[in-house]
Design a protein around this ligand. Structure first.
Ligand SMILES: NC(=O)c1ccc[n+]([C@@H]2O[C@H](COP(=O)([O-])OP(=O)(O)OC[C@H]3O[C@@H](n4cnc5c(N)ncnc54)[C@H](OP(=O)(O)O)[C@@H]3O)[C@@H](O)[C@H]2O)c1
Length: 300
């Protein structure tokens, strides 16, 4: 297939492209083609902007991952604008190009995040749980999904992937946590009761591949492992995987002082189940956190 991938240079995108590159012809949308060549090698075509495209006739599929990092630093007005614009505007442009295509892509996979479910207790949620966006993160995702849905037609099958906390030491949350936990300075955040719905990056990449190659897959899919854990349980499992104590708590007021509104992403959570992926026959290689962490942290 000829695939257009946005966010292909990112933490998830790089692993995805490594997996898809041999089977598919990939074009990556990137703001910095020189950096992208260093990151991805010469096996992909690079597209600096969508403005030079007139339609998506040359593409069989779109995988839309691009977005300003949401869980990094304080949410200033400028940062909030970048978080929204990078997702909404790129997706709007893609939808416009799709709708002007004589032969639109047959499949469209759009990232979203489990943050759309908002702050919840330990009661599990799945794709059928209604969402009613209140917080900034929920609103970002809800509008992002809404824009993407305009590309879903008879000709274009669409999967919205609500991604959980993606685990790999190369990036994302785990890379940020590892230094403190390696020094025995890690521990639960706030009450430690907030639920964390995580997924091994290899499983997320395999799930995207599954959605791409199974024409019966359509609609919303949670990209999370089937066994979410509390933040306290996550800290204990990470400490155990590293052979270090993980008992030093991070008090909520300190996080609020450091990160302002963004701290809500760390202090609240939701137990998200991948019901649709399992119903579609997808098998997780790492369903349990302990074995996922053992595999991720035992690499040379
Ligand atoms: N990682 C997670 O745990 C997680 C969890 C839930 C949802 N997600 C969602 O999944 C998607 C991919 O995640 P990721 O962790 O791979 O993200 P990432 O590493 O931050 O990469 C995102 C990519 O988006 C592009 N990008 C970043 N800021 C941009 C901006 N202001 N304008 C235009 N493009 C921009 C960048 O590509 P160029 O620099 O090449 O242009 C970047 O490589 C994101 O949309 C994210 O919200 C991720």
């Amino acid at each position: 297939m000829k695939l257009l991938v946005t966010g292909g240079t990112g933490f998830i995108g790089r692993a995805l492209i490594a997996r898809l590159q041999d089977e598919h012809e990939i074009t990556v949308l990137t703001r910095d083609p020189e950096r992208a060549t260093r990151q991805l090698g010469g096996g992909v075509t690079l597209q600096r902007s969508l403005a030079t495209l007139h339609n998506l006739d040359g593409f069989d599929g779109v995988i839309n991952l691009a977005g300003e990092p949401i869980a990094e630093g304080r949410w200033t007005m400028a940062k909030k604008r970048a978080i929204c614009d990078s997702r909404w505007q790129i997706t709007e442009s893609l939808v416009r190009l799709c709708n002007t295509s004589a032969k639109p892509p047959s499949v469209w996979i759009n990232a979203s995040a489990i943050g759309i479910y908002g702050a919840r207790d330990a009661q599990p949620v799945d794709e059928s749980t209604p969402v009613s966006p209140m917080s900034f993160a929920e609103q970002v995702c809800e509008r992002w999904e809404g824009i993407a849905r305009r590309a879903a037609t008879q000709a274009t099958r669409q999967c919205i992937l609500r991604i959980g906390l993606v685990l790999h030491p190369d990036g994302g949350a785990l890379k940020k946590m590892l230094p403190a936990f390696r020094f025995g300075l890690g521990g639960p955040i706030g009450s430690g009761e907030q639920m964390m719905s995580w997924i091994h990056r290899d499983d997320l990449v395999a799930l995207i591949h599954h959605l791409l190659t199974h024409p019966e897959c359509e609609g919303v899919f949670n990209g999370t492992a089937p066994h979410p854990v509390s933040n306290r349980g996550f800290s204990q499992a990470l400490g155990q995987a590293l052979g270090r104590p993980a008992v030093l708590p991070m008090p909520a007021p300190v996080l609020k002082l450091l990160f302002g509104e963004m701290s809500e992403l760390l202090l609240t959570g939701q137990a998200v189940l991948p019901k649709a992926a399992e119903a579609a026959g997808f098998t997780f290689q790492y369903p349990q956190l302990a074995s996922a962490l053992d595999q991720l942290l035992s690499r040379p």
